[in-house]
Design a binder for this molecule. Structure first.
Ligand SMILES: Cc1ncc(COP(=O)(O)O)c(C=O)c1O
Length: 373
């Protein structure tokens, strides 16, 4: 049986007619930008997260840029950001006029820590972006408490996760989400959101997403045309009530991997005390990760390395990343391997993937053959 890396379609099957109904209603209503669906989704997602304000925007990258600017980041400032993340976490910084300063991560979780952030601080540091990597929340409250800086929680991968009883997306000064279709809460195109308890940040974000204007008459800032649209918000309103159930399915799949003995073959992602991850990706580690992926592919199991070239080594980041020494980032970039996870990955599939990994590692010579071939 083939096991895909993601399964985004099975969880949506039973919701198809409800989604079509809601989309038809939006088409009938004829309002497509910043109408009642976006307003209702912003209210419902804020209630889900336990925050005061949610501001819908066009995608998770814009969400970061707008959140940074709304939090007061601008030209001349530095923003600390991990390099072991999706490129957009850092790409969002230069458009504010600030510069990214890359920090390392801890080996066990791949997340930033108080110490890795502290090593990157300078007198010009204005904010920290902490990514809840692969859906495993970073120690955001500790970083905020220890540094005294605003922390922007990049929760793009962490919808459904929580830390010490609080939802991911409510942990920092302001948080950002992506609703890219493969995300844990994904719409049918691009979408994003900013979440915060801070009224001034929410107000600035609302203005920035709409050309820097409150009324389309007076333009106070050079802003963006970056709105979540009504059709996507209508879809997200159907999906949101199912997020916790899907997250439970992802956690059950992770437990099934542990129970199948996967931890004896590869290094499993660590979970800090009080953290309940949402396992957007289930990323294990092995010294020969690419060869293992090749052998798994022959067995019908999809697996993929993420961020093999970390952000500070990307050509576009050369002017800010060239001098950075981030040994743990380099090691994790080389050895990580995402294996199948989804809300509907069964215990039988987890056992099958585990057995395929066991077989691939047992026949290491064939792994080497796959790599050379
Ligand atoms: C950690 C992280 N940050 C930011 C983004 C950017 O989100 P988007 O693709 O919606 O712009 C993504 C996802 O793609 C992500 O995984």
């Amino acid at each position: 049986m083939a096991v895909p890396l993601f399964d985004t379609s099975t969880p949506l099957e039973s919701l198809r007619s409800e989604i079509v109904e809601r989309l038809t209603a939006v088409v009938g209503d004829g309002r497509f930008i910043l109408g009642p669906e976006v307003q209702a989704f912003e209210r419902e997602f804020a209630a889900y997260l336990g925050v005061e304000h949610v501001v819908g925007v066009a995608n998770g990258t814009d969400a970061l840029t707008i959140a940074l600017r709304a939090a007061g980041v601008g030209p001349g400032d530095e923003v600390v950001v991990p390099s072991y993340t999706f490129y957009a976490s850092a790409e969002a910084i230069p458009p504010t006029g600030a510069t990214p300063v890359f920090c390392d991560v801890e080996e066990e979780t791949g997340n930033v820590t108080v110490d890795t952030v502290r090593a990157a601080l300078t007198p010009r540091t204005k904010a920290v972006i902490a990514v809840d990597l692969f859906g495993n929340p970073a120690p955001i409250r500790e970083i905020a408490a220890e540094t005294g800086l605003p922390v922007i929680e990049d929760a793009a991968q962490a919808a459904g996760a929580s830390a010490h009883g609080r939802r991911a997306g409510s942990l920092g000064t302001v948080a950002t989400f992506s609703f890219f279709p493969s995300k844990n809460l994904g719409c049918f195109g691009d979408g994003g959101a900013i979440a915060t308890d801070d009224e001034a940040i929410a107000d600035a974000a609302r203005m920035l997403r709409f050309h820097g204007s409150r009324d389309k008459v007076s333009f106070e800032k050079v802003g963006y045309n970056s709105r979540l649209d009504e059709l996507q918000a209508a879809i997200l309103r159907v999906l949101l009530p199912h997020l916790d159930g899907w997250t439970a399915g992802r956690r059950a799949a992770a437990r099934a991997y542990e129970e199948a003995g996967l931890g004896e073959m590869v290094r499993l992602p660590a979970v800090a005390e009080g953290i309940e991850p949402a396992w957007h990706l289930y990323v294990v580690r092995h010294s020969d990760a690419d060869a293992l992926a090749g052998a798994l592919s022959e067995a019908g199991v999809q697996a993929r390395g993420y961020y093999r070239t970390p952000v500070h080594r990307q050509p576009a980041m050369a002017q800010w990343g060239a001098g950075a020494e981030l040994p743990v980032t380099d090691e994790l970039a080389r050895t990580n391997l995402a294996i199948p996870i989804s809300p509907v990955l069964s215990a039988a599939q987890a056992r099958e993937v585990t057995a395929a990994i066991g077989a691939a590692l047992a026949g290491r010579s064939s792994m080497a053959g796959v790599r050379q071939g």
